[in-house]
Design a protein around this ligand. Structure first.
Ligand code: SF4
Ligand code: SF4
Length: 149
């Protein structure tokens, strides 16, 4: 067992994106969602030989700096609703970060739809509808072509 390092989180930098919770192999960062709120709970210390959370964090909010007991950090975020179906989508802070960092031309598709406002299910449905419309002509009866005899 390695000496415990203090897991410090700069709350003002955290956007609640959950990247750290996804990559943590030890379950020391736990994310839960209920009532349109996302909670990220960070353990006070970490004794693992690892720095995945710090490496994955897009905003540099996590530090593994020094020893000490520290205290558990709990951050809460309100989830913005999907513009199509109203399902909980993502923290406003995370969407603001994406808008600020993704090039403008990649935030909308060819039809001008802003992808960031849609949940994964609505994105898939929209793509499926467009794909269906795009190939509908293939299902139309073939035209009779008269060849000279
Ligand atoms: S350093 Fe690794 S094990 Fe420790 S909290 Fe971060 S991701 Fe989890
Ligand atoms: S990866 Fe960084 S910004 Fe995302 S939830 Fe973890 S600490 Fe916050």
């Amino acid at each position: 067992m390695n000496p415990a390092r203090r897991l410090s989180v700069v709350a003002a930098r955290c956007i609640g994106c959950r990247a750290c919770a996804t990559v943590c192999p030890a379950g020391l960062i736990v994310l839960t969602e209920a009532d349109r709120r996302r909670t990220v709970r960070f353990a006070a210390t970490c004794s693992e030989e690892c720095d995945r959370c710090a490496a994955a964090c897009p905003t540099g909010a996590i530090g593994l700096n020094g020893t000490g007991t520290g205290t558990e950090t709990v951050l809460e975020f309100t989830l913005v609703a999907c513009a199509q179906c109203g399902a909980p989508l993502a923290p406003a802070e995370m969407l603001a970060h994406l808008r600020a960092t993704i090039p403008d031309r990649m935030q909308t598709d060819a039809q001008g739809q802003e992808w960031l406002t849609l949940c994964p299910t609505c994105r898939q449905r929209l793509e499926a509808r467009r794909l269906g419309a795009g190939v509908a002509h293939l299902a139309a009866p073939a035209r009779q072509v008269a060849f000279p005899s």
